[in-house]
Design a protein around this ligand. Sequence first.
Ligand code: NOJ
Length: 745
Amino acid sequence: MKIKISETKIIQKMARVILSSIFLLSLTVCVNAQTGAKYKDARQSIEVRVNDLVKRMTLEEKILQLNQYTFGVNNNPNNIGIEIKSVPPGIGSLIFFSADPVLRNTIQQKAIDSSRLGIPVLFGFDVIHGFRTIYPISIAQACSWNPELVTENCKVAARETVLSGVDWTFSPMIDVARDPRWGRVSEGYGEDPYANAVFGVATVKGYQGKNLSDPYSIAACLKHYVGYGMSEGGRDYRYSDVSAQSLWETYLPPYEACIKAGAATIMSGFNDISGVPATANYYTLTNILKQQWKFDGFVVSDWNAVNQLISQGVAKDRKEAGLKAFMAGIEMDMKDGIYLEYLKQLFDEKKIPIAKIDDAVARILRIKFRLGLFDHPYTDIVNEQQRYLQPESKILAARLAEESMVLLKNEKNSLPFSSSIKTIALIGPMAKDKDNILGSWSFNGKASDAESIYEGLQNEFKQNIKINYAKGCDFEGTDESGFDEAFAAASQSEVIVVCLGELKTWSGENASRSSIALPVIQEKLVTALKKTGKPLILVLSNGRPLELVRLEPLANAIVEIWQPGIAGGTPLAGILSGRINPSAKLAVTFPLTTGQIPTYYNMRQSARPLEGLYQDIPTEPLYWFGHGLSYTTFGYSAAKVTATSFKSSQKIVAEVTVSNTGKVNGKETVLWYISDPVSSISRPMKELKFFEKKEIDAGQSAVYKFEIDPTKDLSYTDATGKRILESGDFYIHVGNQKVKIELLE
Ligand code: NOJ
């Protein structure tokens, strides 16, 4: 890597700061000097231990705690920056680019033995959808509408993470995302604030367990606080024009819910919020998060985000960037070394008060104490066979994959395959893929652990169905030389299954696309195969909603499998064979074309709903949020409410009975929405307030209930975060019904 002169200077300067810090520390190192100190006594409360330790720390020791560096070889192409060769033992945190617990213990031992106070290092890493047992990406998880299953998978991730020497993951991402051009749409739970809140909380619960100090708990980190999902034009790292109203109504609610659920840490975003960068935003970082919500954990900046305040045009140099970020409320500086370089100077110049430094250190130490790091700083060494990919972990990953695959289309019950079928053509660049199906952010995931679609189908159909495979074409490019072979395979088969999709690098961080259509070569392959006249099943694996306007008419059925992780083949095969009845519903809308973006179900009401439409295409998206088919049919009874007029102090219950009127057992998710047709400000057309998924056997029924608490479910927040409850009419939406209720004065 080439380093510019300015970067070299920064490195030299930082190296000097680090060396002088090491020198200062080495002067004061005195192992066991703190024997008998309260902070070492596990019987004391965490707050007593934190306060005792902060009192004993020098300014240099405090500042070291506020920094995070990396250790090991960074294999994330978006996060390559200045690498520091050695870090002082008193450092607050390291991003651990290794899965070696022995190495962690060595570093930890050095930190504890050669620093004066023996403060353990906090090891962090991006464990986003599994450590080694990679399960479906977050947007897929949300389509399962099964938060309990997500929690179970996150528990597996937490255990594998702990045993790999890591205490802290930078997950969940709960940025509401309504522009599928933005690659990070794959990392969150879709377009709805409530869904992001529920799945965020489910994830936090899975990682953190009942108690952070439990042996297999890790600390969660909510990201990217806040408004990052609004990135202009779907381009990454860009301006986000977030009004105060949408900040409170759309972007903050998932964060508030996860903070209330006990999330230990939070990461600031790269974006700015209507001009004020998220990493220098006192209003969001301190006023809302710490003063209003009483968050007592710490905020870490995103990678180099403090330094980036210069590029964002709010700081003239690194020193000013550090001052702005720190005073706004960023406690830990990820990677850019600015705090280590300038905080002491800023303190000496009286620009930063000691109380603020003490508070920041206390927040970081509090999480270290809560994790039990002072009492159990080392990782248990367990061999790799017992650490990763346990049979029950793989089963959980497969169950989540199965529940997150969405049957988008099923013309004339083309699926499941009829029992008479003896040959299928399996075609497309995704059919034998084992790498892209893992999705982005799967660093320790291995293609060799994954089951391809082809393998899944072989296991499912064994000798009963012959699979004629042909790749057909690559994911992109113009090479059509494989079309003939694919056509021949299709011609010799009764049904064609075409497996298309995106490379894993096309979504995730720094992976925006100007068009959400699949590359032309993939569309051409389908057009060519359609000429065989055989039924055509489209299987899609991708990290964002796709533009399917040209493909949809060519397909008899479409299954969206997202990026399912290591265990997607068998669940998909089960759906094709009918062994599994699909139960997922979209947590994000599929626009008809890229030009329809943004299109999301909870848009505001229009002044002329029937006008202002596109002249060249329909205005309706192809598949709305909540769309997803089943092999059975569900009948909804007329919805009932315990009262149609009620006061704000009264809770009412809405109820609907759902009957499985088809021939096979199935799972149905009932989504409950509320709309407020007249209020002081224009409200979304409807808003999801509650959902529940239940299994209903063929011929059986289940009762679904939604308890409506007016102060929570009928109120809205204004642009300052104040909740407003106005009397008048509201509607409950369930299935295709709309029930009027009235809140009395
Ligand atoms: C940058 C990404 O925006 C963030 O999501 C990630 O956690 C950090 N890098 C650390 O890798």
